[in-house]
Design a protein around this ligand. Structure first.
Ligand code: GLA
Length: 414
């Protein structure tokens, strides 16, 4: 039987250029993309295995996490995706189809997806544009269409696509190829690019994926940078500083991703609260990275703060901005629907700070959203997002204490 060239190229080889048998001319694959499915009107929310479990994952863990997502009220708050990160993989079969690790996932991925779906959750998976993943498992390079088809058959809803072992690979081409494969699979799959901002995916990927990492890996510390030779991992403040200038690239269905949350993994409660708040101020994807089965009440209270989550998930979909910096304090604003604003003061220092906060001093116009913060002429209602209390209106100056490495966050309603 004659093998159709398109099938050979598309399904098996997935190379940028295929040679027809006996044809000296290279045949260009058509890389035009079907329209991207609109799956992320607001930043995606869920959980990922990597920060706490790294390669120690199996199907029991994923099931228990899915159970906890429901029993701890996380699904009700909007956390939907249960994402397996690196190391779920086994080998490819004789036809090149990827298999799950048979010891860790003896029932395979499809029953796991069914289990997760029956709870109202969605399942995420992980691969890499190179020959191997960052953890040394089989990458998707050369198998893009087969892998996308496999994920779709399993019922996968979300793909994080990493960037290890990609020497001499063009990033836009590689990510566009997997985007095309996902769309050709016929299943709606969120596409999360993970090239760490190295090739500025934020500037070219809005039609390719739903979110893209903007930085190297997060480290569980508030203010640090760890150098591992070829790569660095970054604390909360270091990631904040890299992600903030990129606000113009983010919006509904195309989000900057400053990496997964480290809330509950060892920082202080103040730092965890600040970390979570700043990710919400930046309209970041909220992908939990802790062991939600055993988390403390303090951690649960932070990640289930619905008023804070509502700021992240606001339908305007505009990333907040750092408006003013004053001796270790930062004043952030995020425009929200219906003329509301989120207002946050971040204390980067190691001392508690007391300020007289006068909202009228922050009157401003945001070019990106076209929204104005009319604090000099308009009196907003003021709601403290962490104490869950209404406060005196915005035309009154208030004395506020911001503990070290902590925040105060208000919602100002028009
Ligand atoms: C990279 C990614 C991480 C994680 C690991 C898995 O470092 O940036 O988020 O997925 O790979 O190996």
């Amino acid at each position: 039987m004659k093998t159709p060239l398109a099938l050979l190229c598309g399904l098996m080889l997935s190379a940028a250029v295929c040679m027809a048998q006996g044809d000296p001319q290279p045949v260009q694959l058509n890389h035009s993309l079907a329209p991207k499915p609109a799956l992320c009107a607001t930043p995606p929310m869920g959980w990922s295995s990597w920060n706490v479990f790294a390669c120690s994952i199996d199907e029991n863990l994923i099931r228990e996490i899915a159970d906890a997502m429901v029993s701890k009220g996380l699904l009700d708050c909007g956390y939907t995706y249960v994402n397996m990160d690196d190391c779920w993989h086994g080998e490819r079969d004789a036809d090149g189809f990827i298999q799950a690790n048979a010891e860790r996932f003896p029932h395979g991925i499809k029953p796991l997806a069914d289990y997760v779906h029956a709870k109202g959750l969605k399942l995420g998976i992980y691969s890499d544009a190179g020959s191997e993943t960052c953890g040394g498992k089989p990458g998707s390079q050369g198998y893009e269409f087969q892998d996308a088809l496999t994920y779709a058959r399993w019922g996968v809803d979300y793909l994080k696509y990493d960037w290890c072992n990609t020497e001499n690979v063009n990033s836009k081409g590689a990510y566009a190829l997997m985007a095309k494969a996902l769309r050709a699979s016929g299943r709606d799959i969120v596409f999360s690019l993970c090239e760490w901002g190295d090739t500025r995916a934020y500037s070219w990927a809005s039609e390719i994926g739903h979110l893209w990492r903007t930085t190297g890996d997060v480290n569980c510390c508030f203010d640090c940078e760890l150098d591992f030779g070829g790569w660095k991992s970054l604390g909360v403040l270091q990631i904040l500083d890299k992600n903030e200038p990129l606000r113009k690239y983010a919006g509904p269905n195309h989000w900057n991703d400053p990496d997964m949350l480290e809330v509950g993994n060892g920082m202080t409660v103040n730092e965890d609260r600040a970390h979570f708040s700043m990710w919400c101020m930046m309209a970041a994807p909220l992908i939990l990275g802790n062991d939600i089965r055993t988390m403390s009440k303090a951690t649960a209270d932070i990640i289930t703060n619905r008023e804070m989550i509502a700021i992240d998930q606001d339908s305007l979909g505009v990333q907040g901005l750092r408006y003013r910096v004053e001796s270790g304090l930062e004043y952030w604003l995020k425009p929200l629907q219906n003329g509301d604003w989120a207002f946050c003061v971040l204390n980067r220092t190691l001392s508690d700070r007391v300020i007289d906060l006068d909202f009228s001093a922050f009157n401003m116009y945001d070019n990106l959203s076209g929204n104005a913060f009319r604090s000099a002429s308009h009196t907003y209602r003021v709601r403290n997002v962490w104490t869950h209390k209404d406060e005196t209106p915005s035309n009154r100056v208030r004395t506020v204490t911001i503990p070290a490495h902590d925040v105060v966050v208000y919602r100002l309603s028009y």
